[in-house]
Design a protein around this ligand. Sequence first.
Ligand code: FAQ
Length: 332
Amino acid sequence: MYGNAFVDPDEWKKLKKGDKTPEDPVKLEAFQAKIDRGEKIEPSDWMPKEYRRQLIRMIEQHANSELIGALPEGTWITRAPGFKRKMAIIAKVQDEIGHAQLLYNAAESLGKSRVAMLNDLMSGKAKYSNVFNYPALTWADVAVIGFLVDGAAIVNQLINSKGSYGPYCRALKRICAEEAFHLKQGHDAFVALATGTPKQQSMLQEALNRWWRPLIHFFGPSDKQSVHGETLQRWKVKMASNDDMRNKFFDQYVPKITEVGLTIPDPELRKDEATGEWFYGDPDWDEFFRVIKGDGPCNKERLAVRHWVNENHQWVSDALLRPDRVRMVPLA
Ligand code: FAQ
């Protein structure tokens, strides 16, 4: 066992270098059969190198998204309208950081250390969700994040919680239970603005206009452009394709948005009732790829926070992990 994971240190070194030696076909067949039977894969089980690599990539990105995802709403803690909303947003932001911890644990069970993951986040090597590279300009943006970004996340996570890798699925189940409360607070803030004064209503509409495109991007590129989708679905890591999840989101949330009097900022959005498929206008995939490669409105600002935390809060990990190095200053 290596660190938190059941992987031989030499195997792990080779994996990091991109080891592509062919898998044992007998083991591979047994592995696929186990997945096809709907059984869970646990950290101590044999797994193909590519399954391990893909899971680390996806869970690590998810953990990074929760960690960075706390920042847009976090900036509103001091400005939340009223004590109850302030309490709720503080609790929510704490939860998101907790979700990151659960997910880093799940990724660590595959062999990559938390420190390595945080370093890759800071250097820009590892990704996180596109949506968190946009600013929360007004309180209405917080309402849109709480209702629609959380709603989108739940669609994805509920489906994938039935997937093949035990530690990830168990983490997703716990996360979804908490996200359900986030959704309620988001919906409450959303409806309060939608049924408020004309100024509040237009503030909410403007926030929706800003977030609609990033929300479409949230589910990833179309199935035709998806790089990993097919492999991940074969291994039941992703339990639905990007387009299917996006479709499910439209099904659930378009009626909820329009019933409170808002307009979806896409005149081409429509559902084919015969097939159940939604069609939408060009969401500018170039923007999506620019943002996830580091060139979005807030990428630099978001990573700067992680660098600041790393530099200024090192003493916390020292106190926990290396207490011998911490100098105790007696209280005067
Ligand atoms: N953002 O081949 P595919 C939350 C990348 S949690 C950034 O289709 P895949 C909670 C992708 O990595 C939100 N990058 O990829 C919360 C790949 O690049 P690579 C996060 C994206 O993995 C709420 C390339 O594009 N949720 O919100 C995105 O099969 C409120 C090609 O794409 C998860 O991470 C994107 N949106 O499918 C917190 C769920 N989409 O790695 C605070 C788990 C794609 O080759 C407040 N992840 N890319 O360089 C997944 O379900 C999948 O990874 C997808 C992407 C569906 C995101």
